[in-house]
Design a protein around this ligand. Sequence first.
Ligand SMILES: [Zn+2]
Ligand SMILES: [Zn+2]
Length: 370
Amino acid sequence: MSAVRSLPIRLAPIAGEALDSWLEALAHRNATAFGDLLAAVGLNPYHGMATNGWIVALAPEQESTISAATDVSPGVLTTMTLAHYAGRAVNIHPETPTLKRAFPWGNANGSRYCTACLMDTGGRWQLSWRLGWSFACTEHHRLLVDTCPRCGAVPRRRTHVGDLIPNIGCCARPAHQATGRIPARCDADLTAADAAVLGPDHPAIRAQHIVNTILEHPTAVIGVYRHTPQPRINVLADIRAIAGRALSYGTSQDLATIVPADLLAAYHEARSLRRASGHRLYRRIHRQPRLHHDRRVAHHVPDRSGPTPTPNTAAAACRTNRGSRHHPIRDRGTGMVPGRPVDARSAGRLPRQVGAAARTGPARPHRGPW
Ligand SMILES: [Zn+2]
Ligand SMILES: [Zn+2]
């Protein structure tokens, strides 16, 4: 039975908040090191920080102890883990629990964030920002940001370090070249990151609305699926397949006819930054002795002293092909194959719904999510 006690200071989760964000806010409010807070609510800090398992799903006994310490119901706690999106936007191995990689664009690497939302809430993070299908904030009409404006690291790839009090709303990754058992944090103010602001009628914002609608219903009855409704998973797979091919086979001129100039510019800048950081990372890794993979990445993030680069979510909004191992047309270089036609064999591998969509075409091709 649980031996946890009620926390001296409680804090209610905000709507849509991720469990890790709320626990960090609790630690901050109680002026307690994060590892001590985890232990106080019945989570094993070392196990939790090693696996991130409780961010994906809570075991019943974990729900029970957290609820006893915070007076938040187990039902609410479940909605704060990725299990809330199980079968809708992610698939989960129930035994581990970990995310299955098979779900199309299921989970982002770490968490994206909306700078305005962080500002409004005092640094609280939405659970949906962890989904690969989240690329824009429909409330503030701006692209989500992928990285820290100072160190370039992707936020929340690992659980917050246990020995420090979280400074919510700030980058918790180790500072560049910081050393020691508890290296200094980057601590950049993430609300100051440069996010692309779009209008409410911008195609990327409309696309996010459509994706959200698809995620909320088991069957899609929109667009080309209005007359032949399809299960949600099929529609998401279609979007991924079509978008991957559009970006792989379309020339810059092709894309410029259907993608707004601001989004396309953000996409190209994000691609070039990713290639540059990738080359730099490769060189640094091969000069270093072997370390834990995550640690290598953490120490070799791109060195950017200027403002936040255009967010990689531009690529998500454009729906870049992220290089699925099983994708027949991987985008390895520029992502552009000028003038290259889709041959009959690759077209033959398209899912049935994709073929139907390609034949039918959207009613308003320039206003669709792609
Ligand atoms: Zn927002
Ligand atoms: Zn940082």
